[in-house]
Design a protein around this ligand. Structure first.
Ligand code: KG4
Ligand code: ZN
Length: 366
């Protein structure tokens, strides 16, 4: 199949309303013709987390504007695209429904095929769009809503090696920032404070390292941080700038150590299963922007013979180009949906893996 495929993608499973157009011809790198993301940070700022009802309403209000902007940015009309791809799960159900309804309307109105996309597959297949990565490869998703290791065997075949059993790392960064009176999103603010901090001052746990396998837990770490904070406040009546920096540095290093050690195990499991001579570790998600974590993972790759791959941040965090890309992969196998397509709050990529515990404030984790 040598045809050129152009797909419009829609994403609305959490707190970003996004639309994008991606074009792909065999033997050429994919082209992101446009990628528009309207974030909802301001709408949720007063609530300390994403409010599902507010998110769903904002998606419904903005999806059509977002689609228009994406088509205009690509210099195309709806009639010029080959199909409409949409995130139909997993995520916050109101937002997913808004996207699915909008995509159905566009597909029916323009007479185009409708393609159902798993949001996690969007993240997991991004390295194929940005770097033409060949199967199989190992993927680490680390964001505010997701945390899991996946072997990506094919566009529709994944093995989950492990993941968080409670908070996602980004969620833990955000809660830590809140505990220390920093703003939102917390990850970059904690990282900034940590620059002058002493990571060794507080003894924070490295959760689940004593347990075999790749599962992780981050909620106990946040509780340990709260205790350390409360002890200082009891002693001195408040936190100094240095106290806060030391807490941030200790927390960040604990997350980094945990992620790096669990990734080391995931690399071994990946080699056991695939035995590929050219192993690749790809990362996606906002937490992959953290320099200490990124440096730790790069060091691990250097020592284990893996190639480290981090797509540009704009395609690592929630966006619709990754959804359009899965649309390209599914278009090539004519994997289309009918108008009966339903929104799914939970939709694990690996149907055989045991269910993960917990569903965070940003929706289902697997
Ligand atoms: O992938 P993303 O944009 O959205 C979803 O969660 O789906 O990730 C956002 C998360 C937030 O929790 C944010 O605090 C975290 O990624 N984050 C970081 C950094 N930048 C963003 N965490 C640690 N260090 C950073 N530099
Ligand atoms: Zn995501």
């Amino acid at each position: 199949m040598t045809e050129t495929v152009t797909i419009l993608g829609l994403e609305s499973s959490c707190d970003d309303t996004a639309a994008a157009v991606v074009r792909h011809s065999i033997k050429e790198p994919a082209k992101v013709l446009s990628s528009v993301v309207f974030d909802q940070n301001a709408l949720h700022a007063d609530f300390g987390g994403v409010v599902p009802e507010i998110a769903a309403r904002a998606h419904a209000e903005r999806l059509d504007i977002c689609v228009e902007a994406a088509l205009k940015g690509a210099g195309l009309k709806l009639d010029d695209v080959d199909a409409i791809a949409v995130t139909s799960g997993p995520g916050l159900i109101g937002g997913v429904l808004s996207g699915v309804m909008c995509a159905k309307g566009l597909a029916a109105g323009a007479g185009k095929p409708l393609i159902s996309v798993n949001h996690l597959a969007g993240h997991a297949l991004t390295p194929r769009m940005t770097d033409d990565t060949t199967f199989p490869y190992l993927m680490l998703l680390v964001s505010g809503g997701h945390c899991q290791f996946l072997i990506v065997h094919a566009a529709d075949r994944f093995t989950r090696l492990g993941g968080t059993i409670d908070d996602a790392p980004g969620e833990a960064f955000d809660k830590t920032a809140k505990l220390l009176g920093l703003g939102n999103p917390g990850g970059p603010l904690v990282e900034k404070e940590a620059v002058i901090g002493d990571a060794k001052r507080f003894k924070l746990p490295r959760p689940l390292l004593d347990r075999a396998g790749c599962d992780m837990s981050f909620s106990g770490l946040k509780t340990a941080l709260r205790r350390a904070r409360d002890l200082i406040i009891d002693e001195k009546g408040g936190l100094t700038v240095q106290d806060r920096a030391d807490l941030c540095a200790g927390f960040q290093t604990a997350v980094s150590d945990t992620l790096v050690e669990k990734t080391r195990r995931a690399c071994l499991a990946f080699m056991d299963e695939t035995g590929t001579p050219t192993p690749v570790l790809a990362v996606a998600g906002g937490v992959a922007a953290n320099t200490e974590i990124r440096t730790g993972l790069q060091g691990l790759c250097a020592s284990t013979g893996f190639t480290f791959l981090a797509p540009p941040l704009k395609y690592c965090t929630d966006n619709a180009a990754m959804i359009a890309w899965v649309g390209v992969e599914k278009y090539r196998t004519r994997d289309f949906s009918t108008m009966a397509l339903a929104a799914r709050p939970r939709w694990p990529l690996d149907q055989d893996a045991k269910p993960m515990l917990g569903s965070g404030k940003k929706g289902a984790k697997a």
